[in-house]
Design a protein. Sequence first.
Length: 703
Amino acid sequence: MTFTVPDMECPGCVANIERALADLSGVSDVQVSLVAQKVSLTYRPETISLERIFQTVQEAGYIVSESPTKTPAPKSFWAHNRLTILSGFFFFLGLLFRAIAISSFPLAGLPTLFSPATACLILAALLGGFNFIPAGLRSLRTLALDMNFLMTAAVCGALVVGEYVEAATIAFLFSLAERLEDYAIDRARNTLKTLMDLAPELATVKRAGQERTVPVEEVAPGELVIVRPGDKIPVDGKVAEGHSSVDQSPITGESMPVEKAPGDTVFAATLNCDGYLEIHTSKSANDSTLSRIVRLVEEAETRRAPSEQFVQKFARIYTPVVTLMAILLMAVPTLFFGADFHTWFIRGLTLLVIACPCALVISTPVAVVSALTGAARNGVLIKGGNHLEALGSIQALAFDKTGTLTSGLPKVTDIIPLNGHSRQEVLQIAAALEQKARHPIAEAVLAEMQDQDIPMATDFQTLPGLGVSAKLGETRYQLGSPALFSQTLPDQIDPLYRAGKTAFLLGTPTELLGILAVADPLRQTAPQTIQSLKALGISHITMLTGDHERTASATAKQLGLDSWQAGLLPEQKMEALQILQDRYGSTAMVGDGINDAPALASASVGIAMGVAGTDTALETADVALMTDDLTKIPYLLTLSRTARKVIRQNIWVAILLKLVLAIGIFPGVVSLITAILIGDLGATLGVTAHALRLARIRPEPSH
């Protein structure tokens, strides 16, 4: 089941909820999505009740909403930030009163504790502390010490020893740092919300011959939906009537509108630019491609990157250890060396502040979420932080050929008449023979005839593995591979094969009429993509195809691939991938997501392309390209490598900065205020800004 936790705002909240649910018997497969603010899990009703599960989350300090379908309504800016704003107001007011009292005149007759300056500073500490002190006390009660506990201890300790400026500084600046974390997560959350808001709420349907406007949730599969120029398409389906250009960028990332005609697929949330369309609905609103994309991105965020798993484990050990060190720092110099208690107590509090793993914990998830949502906006679905990091270490890349490097739509390239026959005669007879066939080559031949009349053939026969045969009048003709004919092969065939084309002969049992050559053209972006991948330093780029050896050789030569293998069955592609992984290490496979499913599954990362309308590929691929644009692959590798670099830089900066500041505590160089300004607020702001830039990476324009 899935439920919503509307006040889950940071990676620490995720860790707390996961830890609380992990201890429950009868609960398994817990997945917590920070972006979606949802928890998904499997439970055994005979072992544990839903009420007990909800109670456990509530005891950890969070609100539970049983509705998983509705995104929680966002709080207003004031409601979300009022404690931090008020804490900041009284903090600066307290500093102002303190400066006036020190530099101008004393406020005579008032005890220090009740002076305006002290009152404002204590109020600032308490208001800021309300953001984290309850969570800190809960973590102490459950002995799951976290950053909230560290900050709670630091604020309370500073108040006890009368360091009111330090207490207010910690409370206000830590609250501010927490709000910055929330802002970073909200940026990613808003990206998904923007996607969801693209879909219109109403649809115009044709029922019983009448047009009716209804909520899009009420449109059932099989209904006819009317979309006029300038309107957004409310549902997934196929065009039943009309022609128009459609802006598909929200789903596929394509920069230019795509022409749509009867029979073409359209997606919810895309914009009908200039024509009238009637659309036959294929899916309900909750099952549209857009809804599935949003759900998949939400789920992807729950699949932790290795770096994130390391940081979470590290923080669980690190926080209790640092707490013990801070206690020793306070006690040992005073008890054993007669040092001033107040001085070393403050230094111990400073260590607690420096040790707060806020920047460390936020360093990875913000980078991962920023990269995943940015990629989704550009028509690329990465199914988790684990796949994002795996992509960053790819050393070799294998491509399928047909439908991946090539368009998958064969075209007739040559028609060579023989023995005195004309080109038109050869084409007409070939089209007549292919009229009842259903394979792509037949479609290529028929496409050449366009609106011309095609003679009617009779006694049609399929010759498996060889070709087709039929009668025109009293004469039997056959069209197929050279093995179908007993005549001597014409000299013109070899040059066609060497050019990577597939040649067919047309003739009667006694005479050859001509040669037809068919080729599956390269995608326009294929050469640019291979060049970009080589520039990125990919060690080995290969092609694995079931196509003919000579055709594969010509394609590989055109693209400048490092190697190629032809005539491969699906299981042989898997074996070839294993050899590549043994030789080069991490290897990605790019295919169409259906025929290449076994190879995609066995690769380090499987990348399926052109899957916007393909449910199976959308669900099973590690990475899904919503269009057939190959230039998204260099973008994908650039994004993942940059993300890996950002994550590692963030982790090292967070650790080294705290280490340097911690060393500075012992000689008294680092004060409590310096620790909070640099070690917490500064570090959090730095790693967050560094991570958010991943969302600005864009695919290179195709040419």
